[in-house]
Design a protein around this ligand. Sequence first.
Ligand SMILES: [Fe+2]
Length: 299
Amino acid sequence: MEKYQQYLQEAKKWCDDMLILQEEANDFLLIEEWKRKVEELEERLLNTQNAEEAVLVDGEIHTLHKEWRQFYDRFYAEEVNLFSAEEQQEEKEREDRVPIGGHKLPPLPYPCNALEPYIDEETMRLHHDKHHQSYVDGLNKAEKELAKARRSNDFSLVKHWERELAFNGAGHYLHSIFWKVMCPRGGGKPSGNLEREIIQSFGSFAAFKNQFSKAAEHVEGGGWAILVWVPPTQRLEILQAEKHQNLSQWDVVPLLVLDVWEHAYYLKYKNKRADYIENWWKIVCWEEVSRRLKEARRK
Ligand SMILES: [Fe+2]
């Protein structure tokens, strides 16, 4: 009997959901009918004396369930426009949401040797498969440990895990952008809106490129050069990030990022960071940078 009771509880829950949907459609008749049927079935179940009768009620519950599913599917197919663009966007965002500790290493958008001769295959393989993977693992671990701390209300290691969260999170997100802002037939100059914004913010493409290269060259230790869109000023800016997260600003959107950790170039370029930077410009994927700017401007 327990199973049937469970079934009924489920059916009642569907009815409640349906009531909400029906409010949108201004039609309560059908759902009221189902509600009545569920109550009737519940009443009969309570008074069921033998297995034969229970099987009968079970069959009726199944039929009701099936009818309900059909109505539900039809309702969604026909009435999907009832939901505003904002609600549909929220639904999409829910689908995109990464669960706590559920980050995954994104695959490279091209083969490991695709950026040769500027970035060698071995560096790409190590950089992506080992280094980036370790940031993903570290971020998942930090998120899970902080969730554990919240559950147990034990925050004695909060400083450590917050630091791990920032370091590995920034490492994961920056690398995810980094792979995409490079492509095999990249290089040259940007065009369109991005070009206009660069000129507006830095005076010329040459001035921007020069500042970006110098910023990358002079990052202390491992870190990044980052072109960002700054919503409060509606301008582009160039920042350095020491490690992944230090010296960064909040409320800015990174558009173009250059990894100048030694692991990004040392096998091929040794201590010649400037040569790596010079060659890196030949594989910048300006289409992706433009796409990111367009998206950032909507925020
Ligand atoms: Fe890196």
